[in-house]
Design a protein around this ligand. Structure first.
Ligand code: GLN
Length: 485
């Protein structure tokens, strides 16, 4: 079974109308995952041992997600199932509990069939730096899938599962979604509990989903947005997303940043401007917005300073003492040093080193605190943007997925510095202020996808999903139109 053109509702209806048995669905997905396992997109393949009857009983007419198979990113805890976060140091870690998101999805009777690969500890944007090997683009193995949620993006883009979970600290859901031609949704900060998720940088970490349609992202939001007392940053942001997905307010104002558009290549710019014309033709306003470019140019630095510092401090517990891998040594310090030296990869070590440098007392004020202040200024500027418009366009990527050969320069801390280089990291804006942000498929170049990303004011998740649904239709219809010409 391939899910590329099947929504969650389609699968639900097939089971309901007795066209599809849950057992056959699960067997088919399992076989397909197994056949692709060599592509490294999974760390663990999970066999479901339930009987045919037990599986069929999971189906519930009142739960759209019941009996739907999925894979989850391997930094999300699954009770008694290996959870590595893509790192060798956790390659023997079986959590004794489920993350809250795992529990919510279990309550909906979904069927978990795999743990998806990621760049180690979520640090990276390529999919090349997980401990279990590289994950490449599902359509072209010379190219990257993007990361850090590379395995999840791969699984959905290859049509192996209808949805997958992801985490997003900088753009780790929304950029791979663009490269792989699928929907990637990161809701408002705190909407989905982070409890039980191995962090990267807690003030920037979000959970979200990869799907084949905006409807499916809405269905998953209905199931997982819940206040959780176990996560002190959790918020109450529930809504009836799926039910209201088609009710985009006719007065919705769209906008884009002038200072971003000027860095587009001509053909991409044309595609964006064409889309804006089509939106206007539907009766909406599309407004050009000014945003201080000096502030935008700080995005990569602010991201690195904050995320590397938070990253090194949250992972102080990966020390070989309490859990995870341990290298023997003469005392506890020696154990820690040997364990961390042997079991972390280069990206993590580099980020930890930079993070520790900033956390040194003498550097804190000058580096870390200054970054936090700039983050605040950026947030204030974004608040002003949303006084003028409702929906903000951002480019998730300026081109198709890069080739592995050209990969140098795609990881945030390895990138050089030239005019407009920050555009590559523009999606991090949504991690700074926690606004809901979704990438949907947009255009294709030589058969490879490029997505488009939209954002709304924090907590306006319904609005961003409604706008995404509207654009999804508009883009699909105009593709149909083009092919008739
Ligand atoms: N590209 C970002 C990075 O390398 C994204 C990471 C993330 O969102 N987890 O850190």
């Amino acid at each position: 079974m391939n899910f590329k053109n099947l929504t969650i509702v389609d699968i639900h209806n097939k089971i309901k109308n007795k066209e599809l048995k849950v057992k056959d669905l699960v067997d088919s997905v399992y076989e397909n995952l197994k056949a692709e396992f060599k592509s490294n997109f999974l760390v663990t393949l999970i066999e479901n041992k339930n009987s045919e009857k037990e599986l069929q009983e999971l189906f519930d007419e009142n739960k759209l997600l019941s009996a739907i198979p999925y894979v989850t990113k391997d930094n999300i805890s699954t009770k008694n199932i290996l959870t590595t976060a893509g790192s060798n140091i956790l390659s023997n870690y079986f959590p004794p509990y489920d993350a809250t998101i795992t529990e919510h999805l279990k309550n909906e009777h979904t069927i978990l069939l795999g743990k998806a690969s990621l760049d180690e500890l979520g640090m990276g944007g390529t999919g090349l730096f997980g401990f279990n090997g590289e994950v490449r683009h599902p359509k072209d193995s010379e190219r990257i899938a993007g990361g850090s949620s590379s395995g999840s993006a791969y699984a959905v883009a290859a049509g192996l599962v209808p949805f997958a979970t992801g985490t997003d600290t900088g753009d780790s859901i929304r950029k791979p979604a663009s490269y792989c031609g699928i929907v990637g949704f990161k809701p408002t900060y705190g909407s989905i509990s982070r409890y039980g998720v191995i962090p990267y940088a807690p003030s920037l970490d979000h959970l979200g989903f990869f799907t084949n349609s905006v409807d499916d992202a809405a269905i998953l939001s209905d199931a997982t947005f819940k206040h959780d007392p176990k996560d002190f940053t959790s918020i109450n942001n529930e809504n009836e997303f799926y039910k209201n997905i088609n009710n985009l307010d006719k007065k919705t104002k769209f906008g884009f940043l002038k200072s971003v558009l000027k860095y587009f290549k001509e053909d991409l710019k044309k595609d964006y401007l064409n889309l804006f014309e089509k939106i206007k033709a539907e009766g909406f306003e599309v407004i050009e917005i000014d945003f201080d470019e000096k502030l935008l140019a700080t995005i990569p630095a602010v991201y690195m300073m904050i995320s590397f510092s938070e990253g090194v401090s949250t992972h102080a517990n990966l020390d070989g003492i309490n859990f995870g891998k341990r290298e023997e040594g003469k005392d506890y310090k020696d154990i820690m040093k040997k364990t961390r030296t042997k079991n972390f990869g280069n990206t993590v070590k580099r980020r930890f080193t930079i993070g520790s440098f900033q956390l040194k007392k003498e550097n804190q004020e000058d580096l870390l605190l200054r970054s936090k202040k700039i983050r605040r200024l950026i947030i204030e500027e974004l608040t002003k943007v949303f006084n003028q418009i409702d929906i903000l366009f951002l480019p998730p990527s300026l081109d198709v997925a890069p080739t592995v050969k050209n990969i140098l320069g795609t990881d945030v801390e390895e990138r050089g510095d030239h005019d407009g280089i920050w555009v590559d990291d523009i999606l991090e804006l949504a991690n700074f202020n926690g606004m809901p942000s979704i990438t949907i498929p947009f255009i294709e170049k030589n058969n490879l996808p490029i997505g488009i990303n939209i954002n709304a004011k924090p907590k306006n998740d319904l609005q961003v999903l409604q706008a995404a649904k509207f654009l999804e239709n508009l883009i699909k219809n105009s593709k149909r139109g083009d092919s008739h010409e």
